[in-house]
Design a protein around this ligand. Structure first.
Ligand SMILES: C[S@@+](CC[C@H](N)C(=O)[O-])C[C@H]1O[C@@H](n2cnc3c(N)ncnc32)[C@H](O)[C@@H]1O
Length: 107
């Protein structure tokens, strides 16, 4: 099984452009500030019907704070959810499981 996993020990935004498409499933769970950038980096590589999952989109409820009280990570997560919601290339749903998982399916 391990022979089917390739670990990359570099910044994801450097690695993603080098990966061959299409992706069936993407799981975003790294540095929260880059969530919007990870979406942009993978969306064209995901096949129609493929899934993009993003963890921690509720961020312990902090995404509901007024924008003036949000730290950078929280602001980025809130922006990410708005961005995906507005993107007509995907259908999406936020699942309130644990810290919130956003599921986007490529049309
Ligand atoms: C929340 S943990 C991932 C947990 C894992 N997905 C799981 O479910 O067990 C976040 C990981 O993202 C890695 N990470 C943070 N910033 C990164 C970046 N810019 N590029 C690649 N990985 C990053 C961290 O080193 C850490 O291992």
């Amino acid at each position: 099984m391990l022979d089917r996993i390739t670990m990359h020990h570099r910044p994801a935004l450097e690695v993603i452009p080098e990966l061959s498409a299409p992706f069936d499933l993407v799981f975003i769970d790294a540095d929260k500030q880059n969530y919007p950038n990870y979406f942009d980096a993978v969306i064209d590589k995901v096949r129609p019907g493929g899934l993009i999952l993003a963890d921690n989109v509720l961020w312990s409820g902090k995404v509901l704070l007024p924008a003036t009280e949000q730290d950078d990570a929280t602001r980025a997560l809130a922006e990410f959810s708005r961005k995906v919601k507005a993107d007509t290339r995907v259908d999406q749903v936020m699942v309130p499981l644990r810290d919130g998982i956003l599921v986007a399916r490529k049309k």
